[in-house]
Structure formats: C-alpha cells, structure tokens
Design a protein around this ligand. Sequence first.
Ligand code: ADP
Length: 381
Amino acid sequence: MLGDLDVTQPLHNIDFEVLKRAVEASRSPLIITDNSLPDNQIIYSNQAFLDLTGYGLTEVIGKNCRFLQGVETDKSTVKQLRDAVKNGTYVRVTLKNYRKNGEAFWNDLVMSPVTNAKGKTTHFLGMQLDITERITANEQLQAKSEELERSNHELEQFTYATSHDLQEPLRMINSYIQLLNKRYGDKLDEDALTFLGFATEGAERMQELINDLLSLSKVSSSENRFTQVDISKTVDRALQNLRMSIEESNAQIIVEDLPELSVDASQIAQLFQNLIGNAIKYRRKDATPKIAISAKKRENSYIFSVSDNGIGIPKEHFERVFTIFQRLHTRTEYAGNGIGLSICSKIIDKHDGKIWVESISGKGSTFYFSLPIKREAAQNG
Ligand code: ADP
C-alpha cells in the first residue's frame, strides 16, 4: 500500500556501481549541479555531454550551465531556467547554446531537481538533447511555406490584373467587329461574314473566360465576410440565378432541410450555383435531371451533398476535375472553361472545409463538401 511506503528508502534495490556506470554510459548528455556551491556549479558531466559541447571535463567542472549560452540565447528562456533552479522546480526549455568551437546548437534541456531525504533540493540533474536538425528543418519548412504563400499571392494578383486589363482591348475588338458588321455587312461576301461570325464567337468565349478568371481571383483575394446564414437562403439565390436553365432542362430539384452556419453567404451561393449548374449541364440525354441537395451533421461539421443523375465522372478523374482548366469534354460537347470547380475548391478552402466527388460513370455524381460548425472569431474578416 502506498500509505505504508517509506519514501525516504530507495524504491529499487540497485547496486550503486551499476547506477554510476549507467549514467556514465548514457548516450544522453547529463550533468549534475550542486545547489550548496556558489553559482550552482557543475560537479559531474558524463562523456556524452563532453562530446556534445566539445569541452574537456576540467573545463566543465566548477562552471555554471550558463557557460554554454551566447549572444543569441533568448533572455526570457534563461530567466525561466534560472527561476526554476532557484525555486528547486522541474523545468524543460529549448534554448540556443554554443559548443567550444563557437558553433550554435539548439538544446532541449530538462533540469530535474534532486531532493534529499528531507525533501530539500540539493542538486539538479540536467539532461540535454541536441535538436538542431529538427529546428533547422522546421525553420526551412516555415520559410518555404511563407515563400509559397507569397508567390501564390503574387500569382493571384497577376491573374486579377491581367484578366482585368484584358477587358479593355476585348471591348475594343468587339465594338470594331460590330462596326464592321453594321457598316460593311451588306458589302461583304458569304465567306467574309462567316469569318466575322467566328471572330465574334472567339471574342464572346474570351469574355466568358475573363469573367470566370475574375470570379476566381475575387474569391482568392476578397476578405471573408462570415455571418450566421440560413444555408437554404444561399441555395435559393443560386436557383434564382439558374432559373432559365432549370426551366429549359425541366430539372427537378429537391432541397432538404439545411442548417444555419457562419459562412460568407455570397461565396456559398456561388458554390451552389456552380455545383447545381454543372448538375444540369452534365445531364444525361435520356433522363430528366434530378438533383438533390442535403446536409448531414457530424461532430464538428456539416457534410453537404449535391447529387445528380447525370453522365457521371470516371473514378480516375475524381481529383482532376477540381484543378483549373481541367475538363473531361470538348467545348463542342459541353460549354465551359474548366474553372467552376476550382472556384468551389477555393471557396471551401476559405471556409476551412473539404470538397470531393463520388460518382458512377453513366449514372450520376454526388459532390460533397464540409463546413465547420464553430468558427473562430479571429477568422472573421
Ligand atoms: P466546366 O464545367 O466549365 O468545364 P468545372 O470546373 O465546373 O468546369 O468542371 C470541370 C469538369 O468536371 C467538367 O468539364 C466536367 O467534365 C466535370 N464535371 C463537373 N461537374 C460534373 C457533373 N455534375 N457531372 C459530370 N461531370 C461533371
């Protein structure tokens, strides 16, 4: 029973010589400091500590641990260490130390108080671990991810600027084609009129492409405006914008009960518009389009689904369809630029969710996306 245990007696009956040799042989750099000596001097160091620091035994004994510190050692961490030693408490810190040759290393240092039979701290056992590699790898990873973020941001700005600036010359091309048609239409032969027709089509396609690129970069660069929204309202907005194609295709759309969540309402409406628009566009010729929209609650999120009975997507393309400009069909089969789903993906990214598709080729597809139930206040704006 613990109550009967005499804590002043060692728990393990281990030979002192074995204990000494174990500490000596340990690959973990170990030192022992003595609290009764001025400046809490080091009275013991094992070989691993000497190997780590590059100092000889006589250079270590009698010193205070601070002899490993240097210009770049963090002052507040040192204070934390000093306070723990003064109060006789356990402490674990990561600090920059220096070897004898001046080389810096990151030290994961654990200082454990050693108490006597009366419970008084008499010594400290200091265990070091050289974690330089890990810290350097982390720093490199951090630098790489910052660089990536910067270059992504530049790319987004570039996309926005180019698509925005392309609009003006395109407007000019369009208006001169119209002028040509109006003034010289009756003087042109059939071939010339056909060519003008192609030029008009090209300009229209370019306008659509620019509009899609602008929507994509708007999602990327806009500030998030999260508010508590009834998601079915965003679906209504999407359906309203799709009214023409719903009527033309006779699509039957079932919207189940949807929750209220903190989202950017216009982005989520755009997401539904793209998904429902696709469900109508990629319908089967032999079946009336049937589209169902629903949501299921999970522990921390809702999983939404937009399912259709359309042409479906082969399994090997499940990921590809979310990449910009990736299409599975030619423009003559189905109109489009291959940007819609990358906009969806970006919107869901901004909402800290995930988006994916499941489908059976020839039977239909279901697009799923998740939205978190709780949003951190800091994420707003
Ligand atoms: P777009 O429709 O302009 O081509 P998207 O990015 O919206 O661009 O879609 C990418 C591709 O994914 C489409 O070209 C199509 O092949 C496929 N796809 C998207 N939605 C569906 C769907 N509901 N059913 C079948 N295929 C789809």
